[in-house]
Design a protein around this ligand. Structure first.
Ligand SMILES: Nc1ncnc2c1ncn2[C@@H]1O[C@H](COP(=O)(O)OP(=O)(O)OP(=O)(O)O)[C@@H](O)[C@H]1O
Ligand SMILES: [Mg+2]
Length: 408
């Protein structure tokens, strides 16, 4: 019995180690949405600006407090920036002998309720503080008392701040921002960072609540395609084994995420999923096809009725594209490469191939449908050439569908 168990263990260990060896990941946790990287490429300027705004904490901490708003569209790094800054400023403060804590509360998680949000801030210091029985004023008083006792400064970040405004209105903002005024002469303790996608929700606040908030606004611009590629490359070094993802695949991810409003979260998630598909097939690297599988798993991209309504030569042409992407494993191909595959397919189906000009029109048509993506690249002296990618439909699936339709 004992012997059998050992044998079993050895077998399963052997399997595990094979799987482990083949994985494209070095450290998958680095792609987790809650992971905050040590540096944030293309947010250096905003990080420095935050350091400037809170510089007083390092020199004369009890004399003043600060309020900063961070805005930016989905996935522009607002949460990551605040958390990175929070960790860094605490280290700096410690170096200067100032006691500082950073607390990050997501208001949406607490349905925008001020009481729950304040409780969460207190829990940073007193884990078992009772959840019920206190008013917002009392909780703020308690928080202040704890900070006095510990002689500590606090930066409280209220992420998804719009949910608090929506739920509690100006009153809550007042309570938070006017905190110090009832404590004339005593040390100032609590600074705020408020995060929301845009300033529109603050329009609903009354004038004075608004004016106490909106002095320092840092707006995070949408990332460009190149910036997304830089962010991805940084993360790939942390999360993937060397040489498992080709540059073109990174570019494809960046291109896709750029068209999804420059969302870095989407980019990182695609990368992770593509890696998972590669591991499931034991490939040891991440080819473009795994990325297409990742995209189509997030958003359904292949509309079969759309393919069925295509003309015969459009189908033949797209089949040529599907084959060339499948066979070459390239992220980008030229029109002439697709044209060659198409010519072969025309022979197979005993059709006279369309002219180059017509194929160019098909390319434009599929690009408008979002099935193919075309991009004009400069090729040095020889001028410009068009590179074509199949961003979101797995080539294997496309080939299967089109072959079935053509054989009907
Ligand atoms: N400049 C950057 N460098 C490295 N990683 C980044 C950068 N910007 C964003 N990220 C990563 O992208 C993901 C999304 O970022 P984040 O959660 O900060 O976006 P957000 O602006 O808070 O979005 P939302 O409005 O949806 O809350 C996170 O995993 C984050 O680590
Ligand atoms: Mg966020």
């Amino acid at each position: 019995m004992e012997k059998n168990n050992t044998a079993l263990r050895i077998v399963s260990l052997g399997f595990e180690s094979v799987r482990f060896r083949r994985s494209v990941f070095k450290d998958e946790a680095k792609l987790d949405i809650n992971y905050v990287p040590g540096r944030l490429p293309h947010r250096e300027k905003e990080h420095r600006l935050l350091m400037e705004f809170f510089d007083f904490l390092l020199h004369s901490p009890e004399k003043m407090t600060q309020r900063v708003i961070i805005t930016g569209e989905v996935g522009t790094g607002k949460t990551a920036l605040a958390q990175r800054f929070g960790a860094d400023v605490v280290i700096e403060a410690n170096k200067s002998g100032v006691k500082l804590r950073y607390a990050h509360v997501n208001c949406r998680e607490y349905r925008g309720k001020l009481l729950l949000i304040l409780h969460q801030a207190i829990a940073v210091f007193r884990q078992n503080f009772p959840k019920r029985g206190y008013s917002a004023e009392e909780l703020l008083g308690t928080l202040m008392q704890i900070l006095d006792e510990e002689n500590t400064q606090l930066i409280l970040t209220l992420d998804e701040f719009d949910t608090l405004i929506e739920r509690e209105g100006s009153e809550a903002v007042y309570k938070l921002t006017r905190l110090q005024e009832t404590r004339a002469g005593k040390p100032q303790r609590i600074s705020l960072i408020c995060i929301l996608r845009d300033l529109k929700p603050t329009e609903r606040l009354d004038v004075s609540a608004k004016s106490t908030l909106q002095r320092n606004v840092i707006n995070l611009e949408k990332y460009s395609q190149q910036q997304l590629a830089d962010i991805l490359n940084d993360r790939i070094q942390l999360a993937f084994k060397p040489s498992t993802i080709a540059e073109d695949v990174v570019n494809m991810v960046a291109e896709l995420a750029f068209s999804e409003s420059g969302n870095a979260r989407f980019a990182i998630e695609l990368l992770w999923r593509a890696g998972k598909y590669a591991d499931a097939d034991g490939l040891g690297e991440v080819p473009p096809e795994c990325l297409r599988k990742a995209v189509s798993s997030i958003m359904p991209t292949l509309r079969k009725s759309e393919l069925a309504s295509l003309g015969r030569h459009e189908k033949l042409f797209l089949l040529g594209a599907a084959r060339i992407f499948k066979e070459t494993q390239k992220a980008y191909v030229s029109l002439s490469e697709i044209e060659k595959a198409y010519t072969v397919i025309c022979e197979e189906f005993e059709e006279q191939p369309h002219s180059h000009t017509q194929l160019w029109k098909h390319t434009q048509f599929f690009s408008a449908l979002g099935i193919l993506k075309t991009e004009v690249a400069s090729t040095g002296k020889r001028g410009r050439s068009t590179r074509i990618s199949l961003p979101s439909i797995p080539a294997v699936e496309l080939e299967k569908e089109l072959s079935a339709l053509l054989e009907e």
